[in-house]
Design a protein around this ligand. Structure first.
Ligand code: PEP
Length: 252
């Protein structure tokens, strides 16, 4: 399976810079003929009818579980349909821990978008105190984040994102990632991404970890040249190239 590379813009990039970013990534995919799946989750104010290559998908970081209605500040599916958006991020730790979404809220949203056939990138991961409590506690915490979630859903991509690694600059070690991904894959046969402070120079090591099918990247993906490098590395790795790491200047 080809590695998946996803970028979460969070609350970054304007409408103008988002369009420039997406156009540049799209042109890169066209010119290089790279066919790895690439996903970009821009801010909803930047949604547009982007014309992208088949393997470049634009998704929503969030939306409400309604077509429309009185939900001040939220988007409904009419707003996603307007731009042909059929992919959504659900369960991101910032929505769980900063915006206060409970597992019940997350499951409600999941089931709503599942019923509509959306591609769902479903995020889960443990906070630091749970990790420090040990592997059993960590796995217990993770399984609870699957409560109410149909893990047999066809259009599902999972993303393991330890909370302590998101936006902190401190990625999980490859050993940590290997341990958790192995446990998850044993029970759930779905594409499984890792997310949490992935950088251009750590990408290859992370993608080489068994059971890692790709990455979900925040901070390090916001500079378009770096994001293109990540796509390049993922593609080269699929072709079994070794020793790419960050020494990719001049290879393009
Ligand atoms: C994320 O937002 O999903 C993420 C992994 O962010 P960062 O790469 O900044 O840790």
């Amino acid at each position: 399976m080809k590695k998946i590379i996803a970028s979460n813009f969070k609350t970054n990039h304007t409408r103008k810079s988002t369009k420039e970013f997406i156009d540049e990534v799209n042109n890169y995919l066209l010119e290089s003929d790279i066919d790895n799946d690439v996903l970009i989750f821009p801010a909803s104010s930047s949604f547009d009818t982007f014309e992208t290559k088949e393997n470049l998908t634009i998704g929503a970081q969030n939306a409400y579980h309604a077509k429309n209605g009185s939900y001040t500040g939220e988007l409904g599916t009419i707003h996603l349909d307007e731009f042909g958006i059929k992919t959504i991020l659900i369960g991101h730790s910032e929505r769980r821990h900063i915006l206060g979404e409970s597992q019940k809220d997350v499951a409600l949203k999941y089931n709503y978008y599942k019923a509509l056939g959306y591609k769902i990138v479903y995020c889960f991961g443990e906070p630091l105190e749970v990790k420090q409590a040990g592997l059993t506690e960590t796995l217990g915490y993770i399984w609870e984040q699957f409560d109410g979630i149909d893990l047999n859903y066809d259009n599902l991509i999972l993303a393991y994102e330890p909370v302590w690694a998101i936006g902190t600059g401190v990625s999980a070690t490859t050993e940590d990632i290997a341990t958790i991904h192995k446990k998850i894959k044993k029970k759930i046969d779905k594409p499984l991404l890792y997310g949490g402070s992935v950088k251009v120079c750590t990408l290859q090591d992370i993608l080489e970890v068994p059971n890692v099918d790709g990455v979900l990247v925040g901070t390090a993906s916001w500079i378009v040249d770096d994001f293109k490098k990540m796509i390049y590395i993922a593609n080269k790795m699929d072709a079994n190239s070794k020793q790419i790491k960050c020494n990719i200047e001049g290879e393009k």
